[in-house]
Design a protein around this ligand. Structure first.
Ligand code: CAA
Length: 367
């Protein structure tokens, strides 16, 4: 089996039922709203009501992906869920999702953890499993889902969010995931959540440095001695993990400076290839493992078969990888766009006092 016979056959997305404009948080914290809007580039924070959790988020994205695929549950041989919102230290989130979907039998089921990089690892493992022949023509269901919440008042609070993306990995109707990718990892404590703690501990400034270093290393490896600007021009979109949009801007600018591009060239490539892929991320907020794949799903919409997308994945701790995808014949239809349009149209917007109440309810539910 060759790489051209494996890839993304369908996509499903899900955002939770609540959202708050970052201006509301700014009023609550007594901060100039432009710090969040301009300084960080954030717009809205997706939020979950107390009765809605990671299993609901992940399962609905999976249902939507499965509904757009022409196979049956019996045709799946793997379910892998990338997340850092695990609900159990032993039982994988995939078991909770499989239960919701009625998925049981000769199927490998597991959770992948590497901070925001876990979804990418799950997707790559599914592709490699099929390409190796071990799948014996079975398909994989891959889900990347997270709820990103920080302690109230934490500098990361405006970057919160939630979201889920699911892929059926089978024939590459939507996109081929290229076998060539470039990884870079370095052990660091930039962002981590010790066992038993509800919120991450974040060394914000270190996390920015780690992310930028990872981006430079991965993009350098992707260029492999070729003119990096020409390599970038080849892509219709260059997608990043989006902890907050300004982070992506900073990292891409550094990649360009290291490559020796002029300020104009950096800005041109950023405006044409990078910034447009973050519209849905601005509506979801940070969704950790799902963040990059929400950007990729947005970028794939309407592409002609053969057009290419780059995907830079980063997970604190830290691990990173850059992948290339090539649009398949059904990217053009972009059936998954309606998921975001519908969820955004239906969700309830909460204000500052609603958010305060919600955080209180989440805390007592966790106690
Ligand atoms: N108007 C416009 N801009 C303003 C402003 C105003 N009134 N006030 C401040 N700003 C600007 C600042 O100048 C700054 O811009 P530059 O970075 O371009 O200088 C920007 O707003 C942010 O200001 P601060 O640096 O003071 O922000 P902060 O320290 O309060 O918080 C943060 C920033 C540390 C990144 C925080 O949001 C955080 O901890 N986030 C979580 C960690 C994170 O997302 N890290 C990213 C890499 S790690 C990763 O990718 C994993 C993951 O998903 C978490």
């Amino acid at each position: 089996m060759t790489s051209t016979e494996t890839g993304i056959a369908s996509i499903g997305l899900h955002l939770p039922p609540l959202a708050m404009p970052v201006e509301e948080l700014a009023s609550l914290r007594g901060v100039d709203p432009d710090k969040y809007l301009v300084g960080l580039g954030c717009s809205e924070i997706s939020l979950c009501p107390p009765e809605f959790g990671i299993v609901d988020l992940a399962s609905e994205a999976a249902r939507r992906a499965l509904s757009r695929w022409d196979g049956d549950l019996e045709d799946l041989g793997m379910i892998a869920v990338g997340t850092e919102t695990a609900v159990d230290m032993s039982r994988p989130l995939s078991a909770f999702v499989a239960e919701e979907l009625g998925l049981a039998g000769p199927i490998r089921s597991y959770e992948v953890k590497h901070a925001c990089y876990g979804g990418t690892l799950a997707l790559r493992q599914a592709c490699e499993w099929r390409m190796s022949g071990a799948a014996r023509d079975k398909a994989a269901l891959v889900v990347a889902a997270d709820i990103a919440l920080y302690e109230q008042g934490d500098p990361g609070e405006p970057t919160q969010g939630a979201g889920a993306v699911a892929f059926v990995v089978d024939r590459p109707e939507i996109a081929t995931v290229g076998i060539d990718s470039h990884a870079w990892s370095e052990p660091a404590f930039d962002f981590y959540r010790p066992v038993g703690e509800s919120y991450p501990r974040v060394d914000g400034k270190l996390s920015l440095e780690c992310y930028k270093k990872a981006a430079v290393e991965c993009f350098n490896a992707l260029a492999e001695g070729r003119d990096p600007a020409e390599v970038m021009e080849r892509f219709s979109a260059i997608c990043f993990h989006v902890p907050f949009p300004k982070m992506v801007r900073k990292a891409f600018h550094l990649v360009g400076e290291v490559a020796g591009w002029s300020a104009e060239k950096i800005q041109q490539l950023y405006s044409e290839k990078v910034e447009p892929s973050m519209l849905w991320n601005r509506l979801s907020g940070n969704s950790y493992t799902a963040s990059l794949w929400i950007a990729v799903a947005q970028a794939l919409q309407g592409l002609k078969a053969g057009e290419q997308v780059a995907a830079f994945s980063y997970g604190s701790g830290f691990g990173s990888e850059i992948l290339s995808l090539e649009a398949g014949p059904r990217a053009r239809e972009a059936a998954w766009s309606q998921d975001i349009e519908r969820d955004v149209a239906r969700r309830t917007r909460v204000d500052a006092s609603g958010y305060d109440l919600l955080r209180g309810a989440v805390r007592s539910a966790a106690a």
